[in-house]
Design a binder for this molecule. Structure first.
Ligand code: ADP
Ligand code: S3P
Ligand code: MG
Length: 181
């Protein structure tokens, strides 16, 4: 399977709770790639949690760190990268994402909410009406997520290995056919 993308990076985009981090690890195994999570790189290099960064530095500073990580990451090959849900917000980030294949895990709000309702690690949802917030973020970001090369729509709960398989099976449909010599 490692020859499927020939070293081209795979970037997962989508809302909080879409399963980018979970499915990304399985995809990396399938592809024989290294796995990277931009949130993870940011928290390790800053020695602070995402919540702390939002509170102490603000969202704009977090977005800058996110862009910095993405800029560094795209210099490498053979990576599966789980991004944070807001990576699509900066136009500049698309210049980095376009170095690889961009896959949108498109998950409806109800499913997102059941997965992350009890989670306290996502600062944008630590307000009254987190479900309404998810809905408005998805609405605002849908035109941006739609710029992905590949959209995997999940209308009902499937297991992470099933979703990883769907991604793997769909990848050839968006690869340019090889020209024979
Ligand atoms: N296919 C799935 N079915 C059930 N739970 C899932 C699935 N994918 C992810 N989860 C759970 O949902 C939560 C959010 O997943 P995560 O991979 O962190 O999403 P993201 O990185 O897109 O925010 C985690 O608790 C994870 O275990
Ligand atoms: O959607 C967003 O703006 C965010 C998504 C989070 O990552 P996940 O998408 O992995 O939850 C994390 O980057 C931060 O809390 C902001
Ligand atoms: Mg994640």
């Amino acid at each position: 399977m490692s020859s499927l993308l020939q070293g081209v990076n795979l970037y997962l985009i989508g809302m909080m709770g879409a399963g980018k981090t979970t499915v990304g690890q399985l995809l990396a195994e399938h592809l024989g790639y290294r796995f990277l999570d931009t949130d993870d790189v940011i928290t390790k290099s800053s020695a602070r949690s995402i919540n702390q960064l939002f509170v102490e530095e603000g969202e704009a500073a977090f977005r800058q760190l996110e862009s910095d990580v993405l800029a560094q990451v795209c210099a490498y090959t053979h990576l599966t990268v789980a991004t944070g849900g807001g990576i699509v917000l900066r136009q500049k980030n698309w210049g980095y994402l376009r170095h690889g294949l961009v896959v949108w895990l498109d998950v409806p709000v109800d499913l997102l909410y059941t997965r992350i309702a009890a989670d306290t690690t996502r600062p944008l949802l630590q307000y009254p009406d987190p479900k309404g917030k998810l809905r408005s973020l998805l609405e605002e970001r849908t035109p941006l997520y739609s710029q992905a090369d590949l959209k995997i729509t999940l209308t009902e709960e499937a297991t992470p290995p099933e979703i990883a398989n769907r991604v793997i099976e769909a990848i050839p449909s968006v690869l340019k056919p090889q020209v024979s010599p």
